[in-house]
Design a protein around this ligand. Structure first.
Ligand code: PHE
Length: 345
């Protein structure tokens, strides 16, 4: 059996090795517990001391106390050093901190779904030789109504249906056709324009109606323009927009004061062959108001209806987006809800 003084020496050696392997406060604490803890090596030796003869106790006792102090000091010194190392490491990191290396989680902006659909439509119409036209959202009654053959007793002209402004005769446009009226007045045919824009109608909002929405209108006026040109144009751009070459169209009579005859065009449901929830199991989706420009409209813009004819289309951008992407509430479009908008990035 080793003598206690031999064990003291072994413990000193062990302590040196243990302290050398300390890398952080946790491992230092583990060493402290192993040597000075309640079940540590020193307590163990103290226990052994109890069974020694008095003479030996007198010699070994002070040696043990000395060992305890020595261990304490060594651990304290290591602790101070460790703290210094931590500070030095932090300082080094700060000194070498590369701001350009910091990559935060950036919020990426994307174009609004309106913008995307309008851009797709613009691509189609530009490729067919159309110009993009713009016009005022604050409009006068002449361009919003009169020039478009909408008589004074038309319900749209009721103060209940449109947002009239304080300045007499001015309102927020109720349709983009004001752009067409202005374009026809400015130049003689051929006129081919695509005009997207916001429109305003005073009505209660629900899932499919809003007081503010986005329309796109198309106008073509030239010699010999007929319903077959209208149908071919509708067919072409609807196929493109819904990315569906086998999409069919169907035509129904419709009424709009500025066209004669007035038509409504439905597209075959791009999502099914035998009926689904999008087409409400009818296989057809109502999409466009259209017709041949009324002779009165041409005349009031200074275009001779004997020489020229034309067609016009109107469509709701939100409606197209709702069908294309399965959106069930029109009010989401200008809700600024990031979760909604991010889906179209
Ligand atoms: N301007 C019409 C509307 O807002 C749509 C339309 C345009 C209909 C052109 C026919 C021709 O309802």
């Amino acid at each position: 059996m080793k003598s206690l003084s031999q064990e003291i020496n072994i413990i000193k050696e062990e302590l040196i090795t243990a302290i050398a392997s300390v890398t952080n406060e946790t491992s230092l604490e583990a060493v402290r517990i192993a040597f000075l803890g309640r079940k540590g090596k020193i307590v163990d030796l103290m226990e052994q001391l109890k069974s020694l003869p008095v003479e030996e106790k007198k010699i070994i006792g002070p040696l043990l106390n000395l060992l305890k102090t020595e261990i304490q000091e060594k651990l304290d010194t290591r602790e101070i050093l460790l703290k210094k190392e931590v500070v030095a490491k932090r300082n080094l990191l700060q000194k070498n901190f590369d701001v350009s290396a910091y990559k935060h989680n950036e919020l990426k902006g994307t174009s609004h779904i309106y913008t995307q659909i309008i851009a797709d439509l613009e691509d189609v119409f530009i490729s067919m030789g159309y110009d993009i036209a713009d016009g005022p959202e604050v409009e006068n009654e002449y361009y919003n109504f009169e020039s478009l053959n909408i008589p004074a007793d038309h319900p749209a002209r009721d103060a209940e249906d449109s947002f009239f402004l304080e300045k007499k005769g001015m309102l927020l446009r109720t349709q983009c056709s004001n752009i067409q009226a202005r374009a026809m007045e400015k130049s003689q045919p051929p006129i081919a324009i695509f005009s997207p824009g916001r429109v305003y109608r005073q009505e209660a909002t629900d899932q499919t109606h809003d007081f503010l929405f986005t329309q796109a209108e198309i106008l073509l006026v030239d010699k010999n323009i007929s319903v077959s040109n209208l149908l071919a144009t509708a067919h072409t751009f609807l196929r493109k927009i819904f990315n569906n070459e086998s999409l069919e169209i169907r035509v129904r009579p419709g009424f709009f004061p500025f066209v004669e005859p007035g038509l409504e065009i439905d597209a075959s449901c791009p999502f099914c062959i035998s009926g689904c929830s999008v087409c409400k199991h009818t296989r057809w989706i109502e999409l466009l108001g259209t017709g041949m420009v009324h002779p009165n409209v041409l005349r009031s813009s200074g275009i001779d209806p004997i020489i020229y004819s034309g067609f016009a289309f109107g469509m709701g951008i939100e409606r197209i987006a709702m069908i294309k992407y399965g959106i069930n509430d029109i009010r989401l479009f200008h809700s600024s809800k990031i979760k909604f908008l991010n889906q179209f990035s």
